[in-house]
Design a protein around this ligand. Structure first.
Ligand code: GDP
Ligand code: MG
Length: 332
């Protein structure tokens, strides 16, 4: 097929986007696969969706097994009830919810992803809920680039709220997690869990803490640890947001309404202070840095292969030049 020619039916991003916007989930899934794989098709998708206003993104992060998927399942129900508003005013409706479950620690067919699916099964037949797992294909860096594209795509097809479930274990995972407007860090009662979250850098990105599995002993101690760390960690000005700590039992749904209400408060805070725009701008700046880094690395991979490269190595081996001169010449 000639380059630029639209692919076989259902492969052309423009056509797929039209169908996805009309509600076709198969087309949406295909577009997300393109984004996930990267390469020219994903760039085409990115160029189609950047103009639409981004959806409100809620990040749910924490260690594997903390109950993120179970909690996300509950949050879907809460979100479908609309954004909480002040007393006596009707809730601001949320007609659709999308979930992106990103697990960089498990291979694509791994147990965690299957677990996510099972945990959110209750919404499988709700047409207004779209759930999708994304896994690392190869390297995590690719995922860090793909997630913001995927979120924009979901916004472009009309999703007002995207829940981003990510495992928060390393710096890159934390970066992915913080691609959200409101980042919820989930810990569980038990010695050292809050400390682990602190070490993983999650304390800095948290807008809100959840102590899930509050049906187990130790919730009070976990709260005390978190509050202490919050006291030490940040220099806050009056009027600044202090991350609230909410206790939940995702297994039964206990505390989830309070959690959703607190997410709503954070959203209202971001909007009233202008922080929402500022943080989104900062994220775009970060994203541009990542794209630049990826492009430069691609170029390096291209340069570090082929005849000219072998020739350059030969010049080093035979002592005709130093590595810096040779590298400069390759770059030119
Ligand atoms: N006791 C208890 N177990 C829970 C609670 N929430 C989740 N779980 C269980 O914890 C396990 C891990 O949950 P999952 O949502 O997959 O965690 P994730 O890896 O963070 O997504 C599952 O067996 C859940 O049923 C809770 O509030 N209390
Ligand atoms: Mg999960």
């Amino acid at each position: 097929m000639a380059p630029g020619h639209p692919g076989p039916a259902g492969r052309d991003p423009v056509e797929l986007l039209e169908r996805a916007t009309a509600g076709d989930r198969v087309s949406l899934a295909r577009l997300l696969s393109m984004v996930e794989r990267g390469g020219p098709a994903s760039r085409h998708v990115a160029a189609l969706v950047y103009r639409t206003p981004p959806p409100y993104t809620l990040g749910v992060t924490g260690a594997p097994g903390a109950g993120k998927s179970t909690l996300t399942d509950r949050l879907i129900t809460a979100a479908r009830g609309g954004w909480p508003t002040r007393h006596d005013t009707p809730a601001e409706p949320v007609d659709q919810v999308a979930v992106l479950a990103v697990d960089p620690t498990s291979p694509y067919t791994g147990g965690a992803i299957l677990g996510d699916r099972v945990r959110m099964q209750r919404h499988a037949t709700d047409e207004q809920v779209f759930i999708r797992s994304m896994a690392t294909r190869g390297h995590l860096g690719g995922l860090a680039l793909a997630v913001p594209d995927a979120v924009r795509l979901l916004g472009a097809v009309g999703m007002p709220v995207v829940v981003l479930e990510t495992v928060g274990v390393g710096q890159m995972e934390v970066d992915v997690a913080s691609a959200a407007d409101t980042t919820v860090v989930v810990v569980t009662p038990g010695w050292g869990d809050s400390m682990q979250a602190n070490k993983a850098g999650l304390l800095e990105v948290a807008d809100l803490f959840v102590i899930n599995k509050a049906d187990r002993p130790g919730a009070k101690e976990a709260r005390r640890d978190l509050e202490q760390m919050l006291d030490l960690a940040t220099k806050r000005q009056p009027g600044d947001w202090r991350p609230p700590v909410v206790e939940t039992v995702a297994a039964t749904g206990e505390g989830v309404d309070e959690l959703w209400a607190t997410v709503g408060e954070h959203r209202a805070h971001l909007r009233s202070t202008g922080l929402l725009e500022r943080r989104r701008a900062e994220r775009l700046e970060q994203e541009l840095r990542r794209v630049l880094t990826a492009r430069v690395l691609e170029r390096v991979h291209g340069l570090a292969a082929g005849a000219a490269f072998e020739d350059a190595v030969g010049r080093l081996v035979t002592g005709q030049a130093d590595p810096y001169t040779v590298a400069d010449r390759l770059l030119d």
